[in-house]
Design a protein around this ligand. Structure first.
Ligand SMILES: *Cc1c(COP(=O)(O)O)cnc(C)c1O
Length: 416
């Protein structure tokens, strides 16, 4: 890891104060042109002493605007200090975690969430096909499994390109090869020529990780142009820390971009979805009309808080990669424990190895227990077949024990 390093509280504080000092200071500098300021001081007191100890909150109150994309061309001069912090976060993720080649570089930004990062990806590829292949929108389609997050049908709806959901195997949650072939045949006969693949690094409901080769192999067999996006919104801070080698990162030439949310596993504040892509792609969504923004705009959202970048940076440098690995390992151990208990009770469930989600077949779970422990159903109606447990930081063995004991008690009751 070249960029992602653990730092002491002092080092972090110094780095953030330096970044803030390089930004425009709405308290002291004459800044006449921005439709922005520090947060309202009647509500957000900014002279309080305790803030000096909390650089993230200090940044929140200083209120830097990270509008635009800071890995490409020029950016707003006024917020250059904290923009550099955002670039450092992106390097930790793109280069260290997902192994982008440093010479080739990458582009990206911290978006309001995984939804926007996914839409940004589909937007980039739709425009790439329109511009470089003279494609018509109706000739482009998105391919992803039926377990894919609803942000992908949202992107399909917004960008007016069809979404072809691929059936998954009920037990393994793996996209079915027959379904990919069938959907592709149908699509070709409907005039589709260009494909945007979204492969999941951890689906929301199951934590299942799609092997992207399932898709790319078939598209290459048919010699069809495609782009591959990885949705690691949930699993991006878990799956890469598994023991086994995997190729779902930028060492795989087929992977063009990635989504990874810091506001899920990383426990960063909401507003920290992360989009990263290879160089030479993001320029497909340049909005030239954004003339008042220095460097124009390559993002979907426009204004966004620089405090979010500082929050993610602070979490990553507080842990460093080794402590993060340890934290994830503990969550996996709890997951293993839960799976063992379920096995001993003969309860059927799905768990992706190395992930911290356990999704239990609903027929084995009493509705009252599911409700009491706030298990999340796959569907909020009569058709529900699954309940999930996400082994987050706050889900401790104590809670899991109580849950398992209640199931046991119920089983005994029914068998007596
Ligand atoms: C949560 C999630 C998203 C959407 O993220 P938001 O930050 O809620 O917009 C996208 N994909 C997956 C796999 C997710 O789990």
């Amino acid at each position: 890891m070249k960029y992602w390093k653990k730092m002491s509280a002092n080092e972090r504080s110094e780095r953030i104060h330096q970044a803030l000092s390089e930004n425009i200071d709405f308290n002291t500098d004459a800044s006449l042109g921005y439709p922005a300021s520090r947060l309202d001081e009647k509500v957000f007191a900014n002279e309080s002493l305790f803030l000096k100890e909390m650089p993230v909150l200090q940044t929140f109150i200083a209120n830097p605007n990270h509008i635009g994309c800071h890995t490409f061309g020029t950016s707003e001069f006024a917020f250059r200090g904290t923009q550099e912090i955002e670039r450092e976060v992106l390097k930790m993720i793109a280069i260290d975690l997902f192994k982008a080649n440093e010479e080739e570089g990458f582009d990206g930004y911290i978006s309001p969430g995984g939804t926007e990062a996914n839409i940004q990806a589909v937007w980039v590829y739709r425009n790439l096909f329109l511009k470089q292949y003279n494609a018509l929108p109706q000739e482009i389609a998105i391919i992803a499994s039926e377990d894919t997050h609803y942000s992908i049908p949202k992107a399909s709806n917004l960008l007016m390109i069809d979404f072809l959901p691929i059936e998954v195997d009920f037990n393994t949650r793996a996209p079915k090869t027959e379904s990919i072939r069938a959907e592709l045949k149908k699509a070709l006969s409907n005039g589709k020529k260009y494909f945007i693949i979204v492969a999941n690094m951890g689906t929301t409901m199951f934590g299942s990780v799609d092997n992207p080769t399932l898709y790319t192999q078939i598209l290459e067999e048919y010699q069809l142009p495609y782009q591959l996006h990885i949705d690691g919104a949930y699993g991006g801070f878990v799956y890469p820390f598994s023991e086994q080698e995997n190729n779902i990162n930028f060492t795989n030439p087929q992977v063009s971009s990635l989504t990874i949310d810091a506001h899920k596993m990383l426990q960063a504040p909401y507003g920290t979805g992360i989009f990263v892509c290879r160089k030479g792609l993001i320029n497909n969504v340049l909005t030239k009309e954004a003339e008042y923004v220095e460097g124009l705009d390559l993002t979907l959202c426009g204004s966004r808080s620089g405090a979010n970048a500082v929050a993610v940076w602070t979490i990553l440098t507080t842990y460093g990669p080794h402590k993060w690995y340890e934290k994830i390992s503990i969550l996996k151990m709890r997951t293993n424990w839960l799976c063992k208990q379920l096995d001993s009770l003969s309860i059927a469930y799905f768990r992706e190895p190395e992930m911290n989600i356990v999704t239990i077949q609903a027929q084995y779970i009493d509705e009252k227990i599911a409700h009491k422990y706030n298990l999340v159903p796959q569907k909020h109606n009569q058709e529900n077949q699954w309940y999930k447990i996400v082994l987050m930081e706050h889900v401790e063995l104590e809670h899991l024990k109580d849950f398992i004991n209640e199931i046991k008690a119920l089983q005994m009751q029914m068998h007596s």
